[in-house]
Design a protein around this ligand. Structure first.
Ligand SMILES: NC(=O)c1ccc[n+]([C@@H]2O[C@H](COP(=O)([O-])OP(=O)(O)OC[C@H]3O[C@@H](n4cnc5c(N)ncnc54)[C@H](OP(=O)(O)O)[C@@H]3O)[C@@H](O)[C@H]2O)c1
Length: 384
């Protein structure tokens, strides 16, 4: 029985993880839950799953949750809050496995703490790998604790890498759906609305990642994530647009063989893989190959998707540039969703923040968070 600490339990990945626990009660149980601001969902989860600890973003929200639990006659659940609360969840001695699915760098400290505590981590939170990948992977290597990717592309790569050696890998090919604007005339990009950008053609996800998929910044973050997780250079990572989202990613080996992973477009599969690794439990998440008619692949266009170019450039520079890429994007996406900037303002903001970022390689989480704050302030100042 694996007891899970789920960080970001009220989000899309968090809820999919809980549905896996529901499906496999003999394999998984819930030890801790960490959420942000959704008290209603956190309350429902606490009542259903009876974790030992539950965390919310603020003291006030945690107090409200504690009161509601008392009123409902639910005892024995400790309510905590803030960054310390999330860390208390990720390092809980009773937890055997941590699912890192908070959105943004808000999940970084708790993910780092989990690795330092020697807990295997199922990683959905790509932003923390982009901001502090070197620190996280070094800590994991030193403690011999696995980081198992939940991001579907990296999960696919992880699966394809099980059959070859590191020095046999030529390229990692990350597939991208191309998002909703793959074929939109370029002169219409400036007038894209948040509602249009929030409609992803193949995946249902949180708001930031959905906008990041539309700009393809998400794929750019994944390029950096791949470099860190699999210890390859940016030149070894290629992106191909694959609108069907059926092939989740591929590994090309030096002998010319290319291995691909195909499965349903359902995040529960990579989550189950990460939770069960190195086993493969029987599941109902089957894919009907007989129904498959075509697989298309095309080159991404950097003019259409400047965020992808910016991400490759940041990947080359590493350190502060990767941190700034993610931070500037988060601020710009927020501004776009609030109607303060247009869609093409997102890459413009990121490009300006990157141009103003000095080359640096933060060596601690505190330094990473400081560089992140600096980039955010720069992005906010630009937007004002
Ligand atoms: N969804 C996908 O299919 C998918 C696929 C691959 C990778 N990912 C990655 O997985 C991560 C989560 O994505 P998602 O789509 O699940 O996002 P989401 O639906 O927006 O959920 C985000 C979660 O983070 C929590 N959160 C936000 N700020 C927090 C804070 N300061 N402290 C504690 N918790 C906080 C939210 O809590 P509240 O809702 O309670 O505020 C929520 O539980 C992202 O890094 C994303 O890139 C997602």
């Amino acid at each position: 029985m694996k007891r899970l600490a789920i960080l970001g339990s009220t989000g899309s990945i968090g809820q999919s993880t809980l549905s896996i626990v529901e499906q496999f009660p003999e394999r998984y149980a819930v030890a801790a839950l960490a959420a942000g601001h959704n008290v209603d969902e956190a309350f429902a989860q606490a009542v259903r799953w009876r974790p030992k600890v539950i965390s919310l973003a603020t003291e006030e929200l945690a107090g409200e949750l504690a009161l509601r639990l008392r009123q409902a006659g639910v005892a024995g659940i400790e309510t905590v809050h803030g960054a310390k609360g999330t860390i208390a969840c990720s390092t809980l001695p009773e937890a055997d496995f941590v699912v890192s699915a908070i959105v943004g760098v808000a999940g970084l400290e708790a993910t780092h703490a989990a690795i330092l505590a020697g807990k295997p981590v199922g990683l959905a939170n790509k932003e923390c790998m982009v901001a502090a990948g070197e620190i996280l992977t070094r800590a994991a290597r030193e403690r011999k604790t696995p980081i198992l990717p939940i991001d579907s592309e990296h999960n696919a790569v992880h699966q394809c890498l099980r059959v070859g050696a590191h020095n046999e890998v030529k390229f990692i090919w990350l597939t991208a759906s191309g998002g909703p604007f793959r074929q939109l005339p370029l002169d219409q990009f400036a007038s894209i609305t948040p509602e249009q950008a929030l409609k992803h053609p193949t995946w249902v996800m949180g708001r930031r990642i959905t906008i990041d998929s539309a700009t393809m910044l998400n794929k750019g973050l994944e390029v950096i994530e791949a470099c860190r997780l699999f210890d390859v250079t940016p030149q070894q990572v290629r992106v191909t647009i694959h609108p069907q989202s059926t092939v989740h990613s591929l590994v090309e080996y030096v002998d010319g063989s290319i291995l691909a992973q195909i499965s349903v477009t359902d995040m529960r599969l990579p989550i189950l893989y990460a939770l069960a690794w190195p086993e493969r439990p029987k599941s109902t998440l089957t894919f009907d190959l007989a129904e498959l008619r075509r697989l298309d692949f095309e080159q991404p266009d950097f003019e259409r998707f400047p965020c992808l170019r910016l991400a490759f450039e940041a990947a080359e520079k590493g350190g502060a540039h990767c941190i700034a890429l993610n931070a500037a994007d988060e601020v710009a996406v927020g501004a776009f969703l609030e109607g303060r900037i247009c869609f093409t303002g997102i890459p413009r903001t990121i490009e300006k923040v990157l141009a103003a970022t000095a080359e640096a390689h933060p060596a601690t989480i505190a330094e990473v968070l400081a560089a992140d704050r600096e980039a955010r302030e720069r992005a906010r100042a630009l937007l004002e």
